[in-house]
Design a protein around this ligand. Structure first.
Ligand code: ADP
Ligand code: TZD
Ligand code: MG
Length: 560
């Protein structure tokens, strides 16, 4: 008698991933997923193995941001899952589509709390940190589980999805025919969402009465790949624009209508603001004074209707996907329906020039030791000639100075701490940017920020990725210690040689103490395409506590 061809959960999972065009997986191996990773690799899926799940998860999340396809991270059960959870939560917070797939131990043991290897009720734990969470208990349900995860990750407001797959499911056998029938490739998982005509009329009406209009571009517009629509809107209406940090490059930072160098002036004086894929959260002072005028009125373009009125009343909510919404808006705007207010443009232009001159002066100064401006001034010069380079940036001063000093020319080329202001995204984001795009990456890192994911330098060397990490090393969180005695809560080892770390794994390290050698090392790193780490020594007294967000830092009233 002929036997029925059989397969197992491992194979079904790999087939489901392949069917859905998942060509790269980020993760850390172990029970019960090791064989899954081996099989995926042998079936042509690229597997990037990390040293810690949080970094693998961050890589998956930013892959999702870059590609509009959910980035996939695979982790082991219990602690491996928990390590990945911060990245899942960060993806959800930032609206990046990712799927965290974790193996899990035996349900019956977990539910009776009988103490299994890496036992944890993962599904319940993941729920509050994810946009959606599912568990697959049978191999024939893997197809449904992955299809629902993909839809949840990319439809509407994107986010992190948790998919729990039990060890038993992976190991179970099933009929090959049944397995083939069970696979699903979701049709149109992120459908266009056309805004209502009334919402467009309301927006046009508000804009036509504006005296000092402003467009604020957020990373939602970058994710939506709306650069063509954004450019048309900005250039046809002559409205000045302000990019949030990860929206830099949607239009080049040197665009004449950019109000970035006159940020406070533009926000403080605008009377009608169009928010395009940007939330009025802490990064925009919740729309409140003194940054904003009390009388400012908002048009908000967002795919998530519940975002409206979250901080300030939204007079003209436009709920839809950004590309469709901007197209509808452009169609409704007749030539001249937004009057050009030259006084407004001139005032912004004047303020901008003053601030740019001031910055140029700071960038030109060449103090010894280097400070943030002088070091980043060199990085800026080198990168001006390399718009193709992806820039990753985290830290406090290293982040705030980096955002202002480094100009971007292309969309989605700046990846940073984002909505949470989180440390630890650096190496994960850098690795995924290199893997997903094949382009060179420069990671501009505070020395503290780097430490959160620094061990992935080995991963960068192992996969020979074209990543140059520049550590702005001021010897601590915000600043370094200068006295003797017990280390302060913010200080690290003085004169730390981070450049030697990368040498342990065969990469190239530079220790630089002046601007000239910093520029040379960066050129060399970019030119070689080899894993490079530049330890740039910064004056330990150069930074300010909490960088540019000191106002958010409560201080003890009794201490001083
Ligand atoms: P930023 O930090 O740059 O200000 P946010 O992360 O606060 O940006 O805001 C991004 C917004 O973009 C979110 O409210 C999200 O719902 C929205 N968004 C994401 N993708 C789309 C899309 N395709 N169309 C419309 N809105 C989107
Ligand atoms: N932990 C996490 C996960 N995220 C955080 N944001 C912090 C801690 C607190 N924090 C900041 O907000 S910035 C920062 C920490 C620890 C590091 C600042 O030091 P740095 O940058 O060396 O990276 P500068 O250039 O010295 O300011
Ligand atoms: Mg530091």
């Amino acid at each position: 008698m002929e036997s029925t061809p059989m397969t197992d959960g491992f194979h079904v999972m790999v087939d489901a991933l392949k069917l859905n065009g998942i060509d790269t997986i980020y993760g850390v191996a172990g029970i019960p997923i090791t064989d899954l990773l081996r099989l995926a690799q042998s079936e042509g899926i690229r597997y990037i193995g990390f040293r810690h799940e949080q970094n693998a998860g961050n890589a998956a999340a930013i892959a999702g941001f870059l590609t509009q396809k959910p980035g996939v991270c695979l982790t082991v059960s219990g602690p491996g899952f928990l390590n990945g959870l911060v990245a899942l939560a960060n993806a959800t917070t930032n609206c990046f589509p990712m799927i965290l797939i974790s193996g899990s131990s035996d349900r019956s043991i977990i539910d009776l709390q009988q103490g299994d290897y890496e036992e944890l009720d993962q599904l319940s734990i993941a729920k509050p940190f994810s946009k959606a969470a599912f568990r697959v208990n049978n191999p024939e349900d893997i197809g449904v589980g992955l299809a629902r995860s993909i839809r949840a990750a990319v439809s509407g407001r994107p986010g992190g999805v948790y998919l729990d797959i039990t060890a038993k499911t992976l190991g179970s056998v099933l009929d090959l025919k049944a397995s083939e029938r069970s696979l699903i490739r979701p049709v149109d998982p992120a459908p266009r969402q056309i805004p209502s005509p009334e919402s467009i009329s309301r927006a046009v009406q508000l804009l036509s009465g504006a005296l000092r209009p402003l467009i604020v571009l957020g990373k939602g517009a970058a994710y939506a790949q709306a650069e063509v629509e954004v450019k048309t809107l900005v250039e046809e209406t002559h409205i000045p624009f302000l990019p949030m940090s990860m929206a830099k490059g949607l239009l080049p930072d040197n665009h004449p209508q950019s109000a970035a160098a006159a940020r406070s002036y533009a926000l403080g004086n605008a009377d009608v603001v169009v928010l395009v894929g940007a939330r009025l959260n802490w990064l925009l002072s919740h729309g409140k004074s003194p940054l904003w005028s009390e009388s400012c009125q908002y048009i908000q373009v967002d795919i998530d209707s519940t975002e409206m009125d979250s901080n300030r009343p939204i007079v003209a909510p436009v709920v839809g996907d950004i590309r469709s919404s901007l197209r509808a808006l452009l169609q409704a705007l007749k030539p001249g329906s937004v009057p050009v207010r030259s006084e407004w443009l001139d005032a912004i232009g004047e303020k901008k020039q003053k601030n740019l001159n001031r910055m140029a002066e700071r960038l030109r100064a060449n103090p010894d030791p280097m400070n943030f401006s002088s070091a980043l001034g060199q990085v800026r010069e080198v990168l001006l000639a390399r718009p193709d380079v992806y820039v990753v940036n985290e830290g406090a001063n290293a982040l705030d100075f980096g955002r202002n000093i480094i100009d971007m020319n292309l969309p989605r080329h700046r990846l940073d701490s984002g909505t949470w202001g989180i440390m630890g995204i650096g190496m994960g984001y850098a690795i995924a940017a290199a893997v997903e795009t094949g382009q060179p990456v420069v990671a501009i890192e505070g020395d503290s920020a780097f430490g959160f994911s620094g061990m992935e330098i080995e991963t960068i060397c192992r996969y020979k990725l074209p990543v140059t990490t520049v550590i702005l090393n001021n010897g601590g969180i915000y600043r370094g210690d200068t006295g003797d005695g017990e280390p302060s809560p913010t200080g690290f080892v003085r004169d730390a040689r981070y450049d030697k770390l990368i040498e342990a794994f065969g990469g190239v390290g530079y220790h630089v103490t002046n601007t000239e050698s910093l520029a040379q090392a960066l050129q060399a790193g970019l030119g070689s395409g080899r894993p490079t780490l530049i330890n740039a020594v910064i004056d330990p007294t150069a930074g300010t506590e909490s960088g540019h967000i000191q106002s958010l830092n409560p201080k003890s009233a009794l201490h001083q």
